[in-house]
Design a binder for this molecule. Structure first.
Ligand code: COA
Ligand code: AMP
Length: 633
């Protein structure tokens, strides 16, 4: 590509989106062509490829078999926690998916029905997702680290006709039994789940409820394979819940057509991968990264994808990533910066890299949280490969800001995810809606229409979509991040503008944690802030004021609150610090000064807010927080 390739491609994607995306869509197998590329008849609720029909599973599996690639590995399952490596060709994976799709049908699942998938990183999880896509059911995967009440919330929101689960997941040093959590969630949920299919894993067998729970093996043994159902491009493929600011998760809805087009485009334009390449995203199928870059992106592009059931460290050591990259000849590897910080902590000199042949490996991609320049520098020096930061969100489903390596490599500026990806007109606006000056911090927005593959709406809640994302600046999508554009057009995303924090690449709402703390009978008021953490990027820190006359010790209360967050939200919240304080700092109008407390926790300078009610309270908070929080990353 020529040096101006990016600029020209980007310009065309914004000025002539219909021609641009029609070209990309031509690479898919459609059962009926679209009538409109960009359907703006109900703007700002845009639709892509209306009138068209296709099936995502057909494009991910069957088409490759028809094109002579049936015997090529599609999925490699690498599980250091069980000592397993297994490979499935496109044909083997298609056959298993078709059979499980038949099993879903036998158990009452039809087109448009929702199926909740609550599973660890096993091939059956991917099979369940693709089986839903095959018959037009809408999957909603729930991350395994969430506790029963969170699962129940998602069951109530998605109203599934069936839940697919497994008896257990395996975390280093412990077995996490999923089935009791599922049973508890079903009991709490108002929506009644008529049927579950449960994969029994030998590490922990689940108790089954007769009449409701079906063993995966029995369901599959009784099933006949199901064919792909042609679906409208605009039909939903999946709903994925992500943390919102109200404590109520937001159901991001993705379509079939636009999503498939965008997945293929991003695999090529951002990740530089296509047919025959091996791609590895070390994430979890419960997150958007897992949906897009463990399952759909690689398979729709004819790549081999790696499903890794393990951690960057401890399974067995900090050389695990190098082992997988070398053993499976990974070309492009995607993970969160926190994983690299974990490796760096255990093996600062990268000695465990020695002896691994990384000759197939080209590029490291980091995303999910702000990537600190030290981590980029360390990873780049160790691996001697480009380290590419890329910014996106569950809502968008694929990178909006990146170094467009598949089009043209632009110089890396550590700390910036680089340039808007073609399709995304990313801008920074000030409070009044004017474009911020270069290097001036403002709100990160994307001018509508969003490109294909981004959220269509929120599940069952179009008003919520409009209110949360479109209302602040008419004609623009509000990302919820603060950032700036520099004089070269590079974007620097700095922080969230809401109560969302990013813990080890996991998106969590402090508001939701506050709800849990506030429901404790001894707590009068509380605040949860995200404090900088050298490993996880951020960690939640709770501050609580007790009701008068509480006799329990502060330590006992803290222990109860930590346990409550773990039971109600899940281990993934990593909520381990809570301080009992005499009062919370507030403005005269009663607003808790969370941002000021965050600066104190991070050891950053802070100005005394002019509107503070009682300045002394901040000194008390500083005395509590400063010695107990870890230094900024
Ligand atoms: N099922 C059940 N529990 C889970 C889980 C799952 N799928 N995933 C995580 N947990 C638990 C962990 O066991 C841990 O429990 P603990 O409090 O008993 O130790 C807790 O949730 C917090 O997990 P995590 O935030 O992952 O911290 P960790 O200390 O176990 O590991 C890292 C730290 C950096 C190694 C880990 O976060 C990691 O690999 N991150 C990679 C980034 C990533 O995958 N990001 C996703 C978006 S790209
Ligand atoms: P999630 O929906 O879990 O992917 O989280 C999205 C949020 O994570 C974004 O809104 C950002 O706040 C943050 N984020 C993700 N990737 C990056 C990145 N490359 N740089 C800075 N922040 C990021």
């Amino acid at each position: 590509m020529s040096a101006a390739a990016y600029a020209e491609t980007f310009r065309r994607s914004i000025e002539a989106p219909e021609a641009f995306w029609a070209e990309q869509a031509a690479g898919l197998r459609w059962t009926r062509p679209w009538t409109r590329v960009l359907d703006d008849s109900a703007a700002p609720m845009y639709r892509w490829f209306s009138g068209g029909e296709l099936n995502t599973c057909d494009n991910a599996l069957d088409r490759w078999i028809d094109e002579g690639r049936g015997d090529v590995p599609a999925l490699v399952y690498d599980s250091p926690v069980t000592g397993t490596v297994a490979s499935f060709t496109f044909r083997e994976l298609r056959d298993r998916v078709a059979t499980f799709a038949g099993a879903l049908r036998d158990n009452g699942v039809g087109r448009g029905d929702r199926v909740v998938i609550y599973m660890p990183m096993v091939p059956e999880a991917v099979i369940a997702m693709l089986a839903c896509a095959r018959i037009g059911a809408v999957h909603s995967v729930v991350f395994g680290g969430f506790a029963a009440p969170e699962l129940a919330k998602r069951i109530d929101a998605a109203e599934p006709v069936l839940v697919v689960s497994a008896s257990c997941g395996i975390e280093p040093g412990r077995i996490v039994e999923y089935k009791p959590l599922l049973d508890q969630a079903i009991a709490i949920a108002a929506h009644k789940v008529p049927r579950t299919i449960v994969l029994q894993r030998p590490q922990a067998l689940a108790m089954m409820t007769a009449g409701r729970d079906v063993d995966w093996q029995d369901a599959v043994a009784a099933a006949t394979p199901a064919d792909c159902v042609p679906l409208a491009a605009t039909d939903p493929l999946y709903v994925l819940y992500t943390s919102g600011t109200t404590g109520k998760p937001k159901g991001v809805v993705r379509d079939n057509g636009g999503h498939a087009v965008a997945m293929r485009y991003s695999m090529q334009a951002v990740y530089g991968c296509g047919v025959g390449d091996t791609f590895w995203a070390a994430s979890d199928i419960g997150w958007a990264v897992g949906h897009s870059y463990i399952v759909y992106g690689p398979l729709l592009s004819g790549c081999t994808t790696i499903l890794y059931e393990g951690k960057p460290v401890g399974t067995p050591d900090a050389g695990a990533f190098w082992r997988v990259i070398s053993q499976h000849k990974v070309k492009a590897f995607f993970t969160a910066p926190t994983a690299f910080r974990a490796i760096k902590k255990e093996d600062p000199k990268g000695e465990l890299l020695e002896g691994y042949d990384l000759s197939a490996f080209r590029t490291l991609y980091l995303a999910g949280e702000r990537c600190d320049p030290d981590t980029i520098a360390w990873a780049g020096a160790l691996l001697q490969r480009p380290v590419i930061d890329n910014w996106w969100q569950t809502e968008l489903g694929w990178p909006a800001i990146a170094n467009p390596l598949g089009i043209e490599a632009v110089p890396v500026k550590p700390g910036s995810a680089a340039l808007p990806v073609p399709g995304y007109d990313v801008q920074v606006l000030d409070e009044h809606g004017a474009r911020a000056k270069p290097n001036e911090i403002g709100n990160v927005v994307i001018k509508l229409p969003l490109p294909p593959g981004t959220l269509l709406t929120m599940w069952n809640n179009e008003q919520g979509y409009r209110d949360n994302y479109l209302a602040r600046y008419p004609g623009y999508y509000l990302a919820g991040d603060a950032g700036m554009v520099d004089e070269d057009g590079y974007l620097w995303v700095m922080s969230r503008i809401d109560d969302i924090i990013n813990v080890a690449g996991h998106r969590l709402s402090t508001g939701e944690m506050e709800q849990v703390l506030a429901s404790h009978p001894d707590v009068a008021e509380c605040a949860v802030i995200g404090a900088a953490d050298a490993l996880k990027g951020q960690i939640p820190v709770g501050l609580v004021v007790l009701k008068s006359g509480v006799a329990k010790s502060a330590d006992d209360i803290s222990r109860e609150l930590v346990a409550a967050v773990r039971e109600q939200i899940g281990a993934v919240a990593a909520f381990k610090q809570v301080h009992v304080v005499a009062r919370l700092p507030k403005t005269r109008s009663g607003k808790v000064l969370r941002a000021t407390m965050r600066s104190i926790a991070d050891g950053q300078p802070y100005a005394m807010p002019a509107t503070i009610d009682e300045p002394r309270v901040l000194d008390e908070i500083a005395a509590t927080l400063a010695p107990r929080t870890s230094p900024p990353a």
